[in-house]
Design a protein around this ligand. Structure first.
Ligand code: 6PG
Length: 268
């Protein structure tokens, strides 16, 4: 287990969501003080959305300059804009509608009623990422290389975890987890409904400075155990998630049940 992987159990779902919200606010503040702006990639799923609700309730949210926070999504369901299944809609209801964001800095994946097909949504997000990356690169005096990267800097990338160890919409053995060389992929026949989705690829996920995998419930314990056991990413997508500087597994006790005690870092 490399030293930059931290596994932290929390006593309950609610404490996990509230603590992850506090961590996120603190991380955004730290990055903003260094760089003037910060970027977070949001996730769907029970813990991901509950975390956003906790941010919206936290008095500390008032310390963040939300107009200088860039929001992206790790995946979204390819459904209509007003569908309750949309991660972007759930994130808006939980947080984004309640803080003074700059709408130009909120990057949702195109919904099915706004484009011709899934491929167009993938292409639009690919372009959105590339445009943001180029703007960042052109404004960065320390930029290296002779061309901009495909995606901008992600300071924190949140990931939910499926019971099958899927992350974002990258499912075991399916085409998405095998996709390389592109930042975004269209997913069909998702084992988790709805069937059509848009997802960042694993290599894009791993371009993040920090990846926070958030999971709660006994039904996730096996996936956590496999994810930490070094299994192949095609069979266990979560095992392939590795942030550049840090990878955190933020769990409740039930989801942490199969993690060897010596790997757990109890912060209390
Ligand atoms: C999605 C999510 C997905 C989710 C996990 C965990 O769009 O469905 O991005 O990756 O985070 O399936 O979801 P639960 O926490 O609700 O089980």
């Amino acid at each position: 287990m490399s030293s930059n992987v931290r596994i932290t159990p929390h006593p309950s779902f609610d404490v996990l969501a509230a603590t992850t919200a506090a961590r996120l606010i603190t991380r955004l503040l730290d990055v903003q003080s260094e760089r003037g702006e910060a970027t977070v990639v949001l996730t769907g799923g029970s813990v991901g959305i509950a975390t956003l609700r906790e941010v919206a309730q936290s008095p500390a949210r008032l310390a963040v300059d939300w107009s200088k926070v860039n929001f992206w999504f790790g995946d979204d369901r390819f459904v209509a804009t007003d569908s309750p299944d949309r991660n972007a809609g759930q994130a808006a209801e939980a947080l984004l509608n309640h803080i003074p964001v700059d709408p130009k800095r909120v990057h949702a994946m195109a919904a099915s009623d706004t484009v011709a097909d899934l491929e167009e949504s993938v292409a639009l997000y690919t372009t959105d990422l590339a445009d943001a990356a180029r703007a960042e690169w052109e404004n960065d005096d320390d930029a290296t290389g002779d061309e901009a990267p495909a995606v901008p800097r992600f300071d924190v990338l949140l990931l939910g975890l499926g019971p099958d160890a899927h992350i974002a919409s990258l499912f075991p053995e399916m085409a998405g987890i095998r996709t390389q060389g592109v930042p975004v992929v269209g997913v069909r026949n998702s084992p988790k409904p709805p069937p059509l989705r848009v997802s960042l690829t694993l290599e894009t996920i791993n371009s993040a400075q920090e990846i926070w995998i958030v999971a709660a419930g006994a039904d996730k314990a096996a996936a956590v155990g496999l994810g930490l056991a070094g299994a192949s990413e095609v069979q266990v997508p979560a095992s392939g998630a590795r942030g550049i500087n840090k990878t955190m597994w933020l769990l409740d006790e039930a989801a942490a049940a199969k993690v060897p005690a010596e790997l757990l870092r109890r912060e209390r």
